[in-house]
Design a protein around this ligand. Structure first.
Ligand SMILES: NC(=O)c1ccc[n+]([C@@H]2O[C@H](COP(=O)([O-])OP(=O)(O)OC[C@H]3O[C@@H](n4cnc5c(N)ncnc54)[C@H](OP(=O)(O)O)[C@@H]3O)[C@@H](O)[C@H]2O)c1
Length: 254
């Protein structure tokens, strides 16, 4: 099998469930050694076990991305265990549900802390290490931020989430520009709706089912629908792609 990421070390935040767990498996299948970061260490252990059982190399690293000071030491652990980091998938995120008239201040702040501050400081800590190790100069440094169609489309009842993902989109461009000279490619994926723990309750209910019927293809996406774009942005093909947002949404935002 073609292994375009052989020899690369990838960090995936929010890899204990949903898309992050899926991305970790995809990067491993493409040849990368993968560090899985999140708070629920029991779930991380399960995902690491699955990757190793499939013949991959994986390492679990406990991390709360809202704790900016914890990110550097977590990445140091990854480098000590797996080697220099070449790929960061900034995937950890929370839903931030709540109508604007009612959302609690703490819930708004938590959405920004995880979805925006977490993305920025993880990107910065990774970029510093990519530059210091030479991975950037060797044109192997790739940062893939997981934004959402919420970065460019209003999702009703999710104003905090939409604002956080729009911030991720602009950070992607700003960091792509700032780190272009270091050869670090910074790009974002903007997925449409995929059923995971973040939205399972919503899609189990009447409102969610009605929303699906309103999508152009009357269905949700599957995590594997993101694989091609993820692998492009994480690998050699992204040499000339930076500051770009790629929407993969089955037409949901059209
Ligand atoms: N599902 C969709 O339809 C969809 C669409 C577009 C974009 N996205 C984005 O995709 C990303 C993954 O979401 P998902 O759908 O896979 O939902 P999920 O299953 O709920 O996964 C969220 C992940 O983020 C982690 N996380 C949350 N807070 C964290 C923190 N403070 N520090 C570290 N990790 C944290 C969680 O791990 P722990 O709780 O173990 O820390 C979990 O692994 C999010 O950024 C989301 O906004 C999802």
């Amino acid at each position: 099998m073609n292994k375009p990421l052989r020899g690369r070390v990838a960090v995936v935040t929010g890899a204990s469930s949903g898309l992050g767990a899926h991305f970790a498996g995809v990067l491993s299948a493409a040849g990368a050694s993968v560090a899985l970061a999140a708070r629920r260490t029991d779930r991380l252990a399960t995902q690491v076990g699955a990757i190793e059982a499939a013949g991959g190399r994986a390492f679990a690293v406990p991390l709360d991305v809202a704790d900016a000071a914890a990110i550097g030491p977590a990445l140091d652990q990854v480098e000590a265990q797996l080697g220099p980091i070449s790929i960061l998938v900034n995937n950890a995120g929370v839903g931030g549900e709540g109508m604007a008239l009612e959302i609690a201040i703490e819930d708004f702040d938590r959405t920004m802390d995880v979805n925006v501050r977490g993305v920025f400081f993880a990107a910065r800590e990774a970029a510093r290490r990519m530059i210091a190790s030479g991975e950037a100069a060797a044109d192997r440094a790739r940062i893939v931020n997981i934004a959402s169609i919420a970065a460019h489309t209003v999702l009703p009842g999710l104003s905090a989430y939409c604002a956080s993902k729009a911030a991720v989109a602009m950070l992607t461009k700003a960091l792509g520009r700032e780190w272009a000279r270091h050869q670090i490619a910074v790009n974002a994926l903007c997925p449409g709706y995929i059923e995971t723990e973040i939205n399972a309750d919503w899609f189990a209910g009447e409102g969610g089912q009605k929303q699906i019927k309103g999508f152009p293809r009357r269905r949700l996406l599957e995590p594997s629908d993101l694989d091609a774009a993820l692998l492009m942005l994480a690998g050699p093909a992204a040499r000339g792609i930076t500051g770009t947002l790629i929407t993969v949404d089955d037409g949901q935002s059209l």
